[in-house]
Design a binder for this molecule. Structure first.
Ligand code: RIB
Ligand code: CA
Length: 348
């Protein structure tokens, strides 16, 4: 049952630093069975990326045109092999994979191998894909698809925003062909890579600054909502009980993430951050959003990589800023988990 505008509005009041704003009319486009939404996923697979990609290929409301990879959770070569192997496991090796940037446009390389493992997918070994990575790079593939697809394409960045920033800098004329950027990243409140920065933004703040200033319509699925999108040991049991190869991979990846989280923070759950950005485009009303002005801190200090989210209408008016980004505020955890289990019950 989708949250009513009233309920979503009430939910928004409970969000950190949210102000008396109505739930924004969903600016993100969404797919339907009759008109599946064409999307490109830009990813650093990645434990949660793996479940996000599965959800995307399983949902009939979405049409995944390509997966592009970026260095983030692990070295980009691992991310590319993971993307190829995951699509092969999900029965979708027809979806092209192109490799993108190995590291940020500026600054030090930041990895999350302590969370995702050296190869990005814990101890899981995927069957190698029979299909090779595309010869063209990620930005070239995204540009070609934006240029040639019958309608503007929604891009779903679920890793650092390096490829997206390069796309916008190399091909500014294609910005109008980007229907929407529904990205996992940032936070109204605290970060996770540091107290200020969420990993995808912190790993390349300059790229994020370029993207948030670009004028392309953005939905920011940040930690405020993804920390509600949780799986636990019972979820692992339920995935295994599906008795399907893809679900067993998801169970293994989720169990690995749960082990790391227990080690790191004593938590018995794991947030499937990236899948929320995908779910938002397939299930209208599942994610409540609110309009904010978002700026990225690119200083070298303790706030580097922070997404500074301002949702206070009067302050925005006084300072000539507009709340142009929809920021994720709420998702129903049980509904989200059911969505993932349904997705894996339809994959090989
Ligand atoms: O902060 C969560 C994000 O960082 C997710 O995209 C996860 O895959 C990691 O890359
Ligand atoms: Ca990711």
């Amino acid at each position: 049952m989708a949250a009513s505008p009233q309920a979503a509005g009430e939910l928004i009041q409970s969000a950190p630093t949210a102000y008396r704003v109505a739930a924004a009319a969903r600016r993100a486009p969404f797919g339907t069975l009759a008109h599946p939404l064409p999307i490109i996923i830009d990813s650093d697979p990645g434990l949660d990326d793996a479940l996000a990609i599965a959800l995307a290929v399983a949902r009939p409301e979405l049409n995944v045109l390509a997966v592009t990879t970026v260095g983030g959770n692990a070295e980009v070569r691992h991310c590319t092999l993971n993307a190829l192997g995951l699509l092969h496991a999900y029965g979708r090796s027809d979806i092209p994979v192109a490799e993108g940037a190995a590291g940020p446009v500026l600054g030090e390389i930041v990895r999350a191998t302590e969370v995702h493992g050296e190869t990005g997918i814990g101890n899981t070994r995927l069957e190698p894909s029979p299909v090779a990575v595309q010869r063209e790079g990620a930005v070239a593939l995204m540009a070609r698809l934006l240029r040639t697809h019958a309608q503007p394409v929604t891009i779903v960045p679920i890793g650092p925003l390096t490829n997206i920033a390069l796309l916008l800098k190399l091909h500014p004329e294609l910005a109008p062909r980007i229907a929407h950027l529904c990205l996992m990243g940032g936070s109204i409140g605290e970060g996770n890579a540091t107290v200020s920065g969420e990993f995808n933004i912190y790993a390349d703040p300059e790229a994020a600054d370029i993207v948030f200033r670009s004028g392309v319509p953005i939905t920011m699925i940040g930690l405020d909502v993804t920390h509600q999108a949780l799986l636990d040991r019972d979820s692992v049991v339920a995935l295994r009980a599906l008795g399907r190869a893809s679900a067993r991979i998801a169970a293994e990846l989720t169990a690995y993430a749960l082990d790391r989280n227990m080690e790191w923070s004593g938590s018995a759950t794991t947030a499937i951050h990236d899948a929320v950005a995908v779910a938002h485009l397939a299930i209208p009303g599942l994610v409540a959003v609110a309009p904010y002005h978002v700026a990225v801190d690119i200083t070298a200090g303790p706030c580097r990589g922070r997404t500074v989210c301002d949702g206070m209408p009067r302050r925005l008016a006084r300072t000539g800023r507009a709340a142009t980004t929809d920021v994720g505020i709420h998702i129903d955890r049980a509904r989200f988990e059911r969505l993932l289990l349904d997705a894996f019950s339809s994959l090989p």
